[in-house]
Design a protein around this ligand. Structure first.
Ligand code: FEO
Length: 425
């Protein structure tokens, strides 16, 4: 069907195997990712922030998929509000949008479900398919009336005529209503956010993206999936019970070799913590910075990786990514009006949201006339289940003894990392 017009950087044709670009005119590119499974998604090159705090250096994409059977057509997921016209133009390259029979909502968040009202208004006989909770959310967020909705449970299927959609409940990835849709004959698993990457790219397939892909996928995992590690593990078990040939998420590239991203998720969700310590700090006059220098050197001297992040300039996504497998985290903050610096306090709120597995920490910092930041941070960390190995507060510029105390605290943390978590080679 159609012709291959896609080229990679060296101007050589990309080998799409069974995959064929059927249209490539301006932005209206539609790709057949498996027989009768069409990518009709969009790239959002210009988006720079998600959830109003997650940086998107490479933008993102909203992948939607059209699955065409002999009798019925289904659209799986839609697009962020503002991209509905483009979505419908893409659909119209394959079928008349008015003829869509099912709109499958794997997830209710607006970046995938925001186009549902427009699609349902266009395809007036179409039914919305989602989990029971999804149907409820579609009513709340998008005004979808109950008579236009079909609730599905784990294992339910819809026959499109030679193409079967099977639905797999996969809750809390990362909202309660989430599910996967399996195109059963071709074992194409549409996972919405799960296995996603925030990346707008002209490379639709992971195999055509460079080594940086998994780095971006890990950042995405840290921010979106890590809060729900237990549910990630359950979903991985569910995927392991299938014979998936293609994983097609709704952000970023599609995996024609699913083993790559599955292995990465296994590592992030179940693999051992690594011999590395994240040191997140802020310094106003160089005193907490001096303590940080001593801590970094002491951690490294123990053979443990030390990763300092000055939160004034650090990208919070990088910090989150390192927290996926760091074995300890140290927080350095000067006392500011009796408490921690706001950027460190803010980072603790990020930790509360992303729920890393690391639960070992320590606190240090300087103060001018009265401390308080360390005690505040210690209490906050303990309330999140951290073992706080020590607190160190230094008045003014750290002297030799202060720097030795900082190094001692760092050695103790690094020692515990080595003894309790990992075998360092
Ligand atoms: Fe990509 Fe949870 O939406």
């Amino acid at each position: 069907m159609g012709f291959n017009l896609a080229f990679h950087k060296n101007n050589k044709p990309i080998d799409y195997n069974i995959l064929t670009v059927i249209e490539l005119t301006d932005l209206v590119k539609v790709v057949e990712v498996a027989p009768e499974v069409f990518w009709v998604g969009v790239n959002d090159w210009n988006r720079r922030v998600f959830d109003s705090f997650i940086p998107l250096p490479y933008g993102t994409s909203y992948n939607a998929y059209l699955i065409v059977g002999n009798e019925h057509t289904a659209l799986v997921d839609t697009v962020n509000p503002g991209f509905e016209d483009l979505l419908l133009r893409k659909v119209s390259r394959v079928v008349k949008p008015e003829t869509i029979d099912y709109v499958v909502m794997n997830h209710a968040e607006p970046d995938h479900a925001g186009g549902i009202p427009r699609v349902l208004a266009t395809a007036q006989n179409a039914k919305l398919v989602a989990t029971r909770r999804g149907i409820e959310m579609a009513g709340v967020y998008y005004g979808v009336p109950p008579e236009r909705a079909v609730a599905v449970k784990d294992g339910d299927s819809i026959d499109l005529g030679g193409k079967t959609l099977r639905f797999l409940e996969a809750p809390w990835l990362h909202w309660p209503e989430t599910m996967f849709t399996l195109q059963a004959e071709r074992q194409v698993l549409l996972t919405c956010d799960f296995f996603g990457t925030h990346m707008a790219s002209d490379r639709l397939f992971a195999e055509d993206v460079g080594d940086g892909l998994l780095k971006e996928a890990k950042k995405y995992y840290a921010e979106i999936m890590m809060p729900f590690t237990l549910f990630v593990q359950r979903a991985l078990d569910k995927v392991a019970g299938l014979d998936v040939k293609v994983i097609a998420p709704s952000h970023g590239p599609i995996y024609r070799d699913p083993k790559r991203i599955i292995a990465a998720y296994e590592e992030w969700a179940r693999g051992p913590l690594k011999p590395k310590v994240v040191i997140a700090y802020v310094s106003m006059w160089g005193n907490t910075e001096a303590l940080t220098q001593a801590i970094v050197e002491a951690v490294a001297a123990e053979g443990v990786e030390a990763i300092p992040y000055n939160m004034v300039v650090a990208d919070v996504a990088h910090v989150a990514s390192d927290l996926v497998d760091a074995a300890a985290v140290l927080f350095g903050s000067p006392t500011l009006i009796g408490g921690p610096h706001p950027l460190i306090a803010s980072l603790l709120e990020v930790l509360r949201c992303i729920r890393p597995r690391v639960k070992l920490g320590a606190v240090y910092g300087s103060y001018g006339w009265g401390g308080g930041a360390a005690a505040h941070l210690k209490n906050r960390l303990q309330s999140m289940g951290f073992e706080v190995m020590g607190t160190l507060e230094v008045r003014g510029k750290p002297g030799k003894e202060d720097l030795e105390k900082a190094a001692g605290l760092a050695q103790a943390v690094a020692g515990k990392v080595k003894e309790s978590v990992i075998k360092i080679k």
